[in-house]
Design a protein around this ligand. Structure first.
Ligand SMILES: Cc1cc2nc3c(=O)[nH]c(=O)nc-3n(C[C@H](O)[C@H](O)[C@H](O)COP(=O)(O)OP(=O)(O)OC[C@H]3O[C@@H](n4cnc5c(N)ncnc54)[C@H](O)[C@@H]3O)c2cc1C
Length: 377
């Protein structure tokens, strides 16, 4: 027997969970189909630490973070606990251009300070600084998996269903809506479908009934198997509270770091090279094996730039980036199919806003920024 739902959301990462929450909260009948479980360990939203920051060179994104923060407040209130730990953030390095980031924050009205390298060294002796430093006290660490679960719980509170171990193999167009075919041949019908399949999207696109012109307009995705490493704090700087999140780009390497969360025992800093992972055709091709050359680069970086950390990683894992060439998100719609790909390594902080954008586009009640609708324009 074929089941049906007015709205189907494919994927329960941060994007799918947020879309399902916003659709269900608006009173729609929603079912989430997830190939694994929410915040799958093979996707992009697992673990408990992502950077929440306002600093973007592009004012559009800084403004969107401010809009997103309001929705995070709403989610935290509904959830009954914080999902963002406000540890603050520093941005530094000549190629990170802290002065330009500060100009954007002035324009958006976000609290910040621009410090000299000496001032920053005095405040955070555990970090080496060679340039001016942007400090954002309102930044912090997002509990990614906790946020997925909180949004799925909100969706379910409004009547949404969650079906796990349900892999969508293809989608067929019907006279009214769509038929989703599971990998074992089962089917599920819906009037509208939101596809939030993360790193599986590039492969799935070929199995969707999308007009060829629409498909041709979607930017080329690059899926990377990224890797992150956890380093213990040295004795003098042991507490997690002493560490902000950071992004450092000196022209040779771009590295980000943040106090590790639950999955690393809250016991050290998570550090990674941005876009340091190898390119794979699709999420299905990930191995979960850390590249030793990347580990060596990150360990060398920690040894030279983070004196407050023991440069021997005590934990490591992989995760997927699904990048577009200009790192803009893709949120676009053809008929009753809405495609949502908000990654490029920076989508977590926008999660509730992505839910609003995706749900609004799918229901025809809100438009999304034109830059995300490349295929339609
Ligand atoms: C290492 C790492 C660090 C990051 N750091 C930051 C950061 O500091 N700040 C920030 O803002 N962002 C950060 N991000 C980005 C952020 O985590 C992503 O933007 C976000 O997790 C993307 O979520 P998603 O829902 O699009 O994808 P996913 O979380 O991958 O969700 C997709 C889901 O779809 C399911 N699925 C796939 N195919 C099917 C199918 N055929 N049928 C059914 N289900 C399917 C998958 O199992 C998965 O659960 C980081 C990402 C990574 C990987």
């Amino acid at each position: 027997m074929t089941e049906s739902s007015k709205y189907l959301v494919v994927g329960a990462g941060l994007a799918g969970a947020a879309a399902a929450w916003k659709l269900a909260a608006a009173g729609h009948e929603v079912t989430i189909l997830e190939r694994d479980e929410p915040a799958s360990h093979r996707g992009s939203s697992h673990g408990s630490a992502r950077i929440f920051r306002y600093a973007y060179a592009d004012e559009f994104y800084a403004r969107s973070v401010a809009e997103s923060r309001t929705l995070w407040n709403e989610l935290e209130q509904l959830h009954g606990a914080d999902l963002i730990d406000p540890v603050g953030a520093v941005d530094h390095g000549t190629h990170r251009d802290p002065e330009q980031l500060a100009r954007v924050l002035v324009a958006v009205g976000v609290e910040h300070n621009l410090l000299t390298a000496d001032q920053a060294r005095q405040r955070w002796p555990q970090i080496q600084f060679e340039s001016r430093v942007l400090w954002q006290p309102g930044a912090g660490v997002i509990d990614a998996e906790g946020s997925v679960n909180a949004m799925v719980a909100q969706a379910r509170k409004h009547g949404a269903r969650l079906l796990t171990d349900w892999t969508v193999a293809s989608v067929q167009e019907r006279s009214h809506g769509y038929r989703l075919v599971r990998d074992n041949g089962e089917t599920f019908d819906a009037e509208n479908v939101v596809i939030a399949a993360g790193g599986w999207l590039p492969q799935l696109l070929g199995q969707l009934p999308l007009p060829s012109g629409f498909l041709a307009g979607i930017p080329k995705f690059t899926v990377r198997q990224e890797q992150v490493f956890h380093f213990h704090y040295r004795e003098a700087n042991k507490t997690r509270q002493a560490w902000p999140t950071f992004i450092h780009n000196n022209g040779n390497i771009e590295v980000y770091g943040l106090p590790g969360g639950r999955d690393a025992g809250f016991d050290g800093q998570k550090v990674a090279e941005y876009n340091g992972g190898r390119i794979i055709p699709s999420a299905a091709d990930q191995t979960g094996v850390v590249d030793p050359a990347n580990r060596e680069r990150v360990v060398d970086y920690v040894r030279m730039n983070l004196p407050g950390l023991d440069p021997e990683p005590y934990a490591e894992t992989t995760c997927l980036f699904t990048n577009t060439p200009n790192e803009d998100f893709v949120i676009d719609r053809a008929g009753g199919l809405t495609i949502v790909s908000p990654c490029s390594g920076h989508g977590a902080k926008f999660a509730p806003l992505i839910g609003e954008w995706a749900a609004g586009l799918a229901t025809g009640t809100r438009d999304v920024p034109a830059r995300f609708r490349a295929a339609t324009l």
